[in-house]
Design a protein around this ligand. Structure first.
Ligand SMILES: *Cc1c(COP(=O)(O)O)cnc(C)c1O
Length: 428
């Protein structure tokens, strides 16, 4: 079948993320991808600015990753995790434990970020039930946060961008604290502190856990905030007997310039969610990691087990990809790579602050964000970017990139030039 027939079918029958099936935006057919380049069916090559949503940190079609997955494929692609185990899962947990903030030693492997958030919420609920505090059944989170698209995860996403009204009546009601105003590099402002303190004073007794994205709020607005704020949240959660869940699904594995963004605040959460770059973008895998205390408490209560178990739990292929990805990351001087991407992003994007129509420019690690005053025309932007040979996908009023760590300076410049061009031609 020709691509035009396939695209017709796609347009008519296949949902893409957050799209209409009656008035779909164009989608571009991909032939293959290698390194930082995505090759379209018509032969055009695009320099990838998105890492396929934070995930493909080593780029595409990496020989080391390919070899690891192929080797595992010839052994076993999958076995159930109920009553069975395998080396890829055990080795992955052991390797992660060495990298994670102190105290996070108990692993639950699932298939996607949203599910790992569901698992974290469930852990918090079972924990308090086991401690005979069944009234602690609500969750607290930050405005402009994003934690996934399943119902539990959605209930702790920003109520506006998360479209809570659409699902009201079904969605549990969470408690929202305004997104911190304290910016990166600055101490936590008193007014931010008062807001968390107030929320915890009022709702602490009924709250099981506070869930947030450490330092960088991703899909809910690409905001970067003060690590000192995170530190204070950690202290206040202790004080008010509320668990702290750090959602590092976007920030984990070096993206912000630290292996985990929690390190900026030198804190350990009670539970951490991992996903996205965990497998270097090769396949879907997520992990929810908790402390010994949480695991023991859950298992000491009724029914004595943690009540979750996905079919594809701990998939060996995905665990092998994750092991290979971690190996690559640790071997590549990732910190130098990310620091030099950060320096270049600052040099090339900060001047855009003075452009008309630009509200703010933010850079941290291998993340570069241009916030415009008005909503970006995604269709026009996408066309322009493809025309310029780059893959960047804006949302709302954000044009942002988080490229693979292996990107070369000239390719990164191509991305920042395209962002600048977009400001000129589609957002005047
Ligand atoms: C992407 C993301 C999720 C959801 O992960 P999925 O794999 O899309 O289900 C949750 N939290 C954060 C911070 C994310 O960036």
């Amino acid at each position: 079948m020709s691509w035009s027939e396939l695209l017709d079918y796609d347009r008519e029958n296949i949902w893409h993320p957050y799209t209409s099936l009656t008035e779909p935006l164009p989608v571009y057919p991909v032939d293959s991808a290698r390194g930082v380049r995505i090759k379209l069916a018509n032969g055009r090559e695009l320099v990838d600015g998105m890492s396929s949503w934070w995930a493909a940190i080593h780029g595409y079609n990496h020989p080391v990753m390919n070899r690891a997955v192929k080797r595992q494929l010839d052994k076993t692609s999958h076995v159930m995790f109920g009553g069975l185990t395998h080396k890829p899962a055990v080795n992955l947990a052991m390797k992660l434990e060495k990298l994670l903030p102190k105290g996070l030693t108990k692993f639950f492997f699932s298939d996607s970020g949203s599910v790992s958030v569901e698992v974290a919420l469930k852990m918090a609920l079972q924990y308090w039930r086991s401690r005979s505090r069944p009234e602690k059944i609500r969750f607290m989170s930050l405005e402009k946060g994003y934690h996934g698209d399943t119902f539990g995860a959605m209930s702790v996403c920003d109520p506006v961008t998360g479209m809570h009204t659409l699902f009201s009546g079904f969605l549990p009601s969470s408690i929202f604290v305004p997104s911190p105003e304290s910016s990166f590099g600055e101490k936590c402002l008193n007014r931010d502190l008062e807001k968390i303190d107030q929320a915890l004073k009022t709702h602490g007794p009924e709250t099981a856990a506070f869930i947030l994205e450490p330092v960088v709020q991703g899909a809910g607005g690409m905001r970067i905030y003060s690590p000192d704020y995170l530190k204070r949240v950690r202290e206040l959660c202790h004080e008010h007997e509320v668990l702290l869940v750090a959602d590092e699904i976007a920030t984990g594995f070096g993206r912000t310039g630290k292996m985990f963004a929690c390190e900026y605040a030198e804190i350990s959460p009670d539970v951490m969610c991992l996903g996205k770059a965990l497998t270097g973008g090769y396949m879907s895998l997520a992990a929810t990691v908790c402390t010994e205390d949480i695991a023991r408490t859950i298992c000491s209560g009724s029914p004595g087990v943690f009540m979750h178990g996905p079919t594809f739990m701990g998939n060996p292929l995905a665990c092998s990809a994750a092991l290979a990805s971690l190996g690559l990351l640790l071997d590549m001087n990732w910190k130098d790579r990310v620091d030099s991407i950060e320096a270049q992003l600052k040099k090339e994007l900060y001047p855009l602050k003075n452009f008309p129509g630009v509200r703010d420019v933010r850079v941290l690690g291998a993340i570069g964000v241009v916030e415009t005053t008005r909503k970006v025309d995604v269709r026009a932007a996408q066309e322009l970017f493809v025309e310029m040979g780059v893959w960047i996908r804006p949302f709302l009023n954000l044009i942002y990139i988080m490229p693979p760590y292996i990107i070369e300076p000239q390719d990164l410049s191509l991305l920042t030039r395209a962002m600048k061009e977009a400001l000129h031609s589609i957002n005047p």
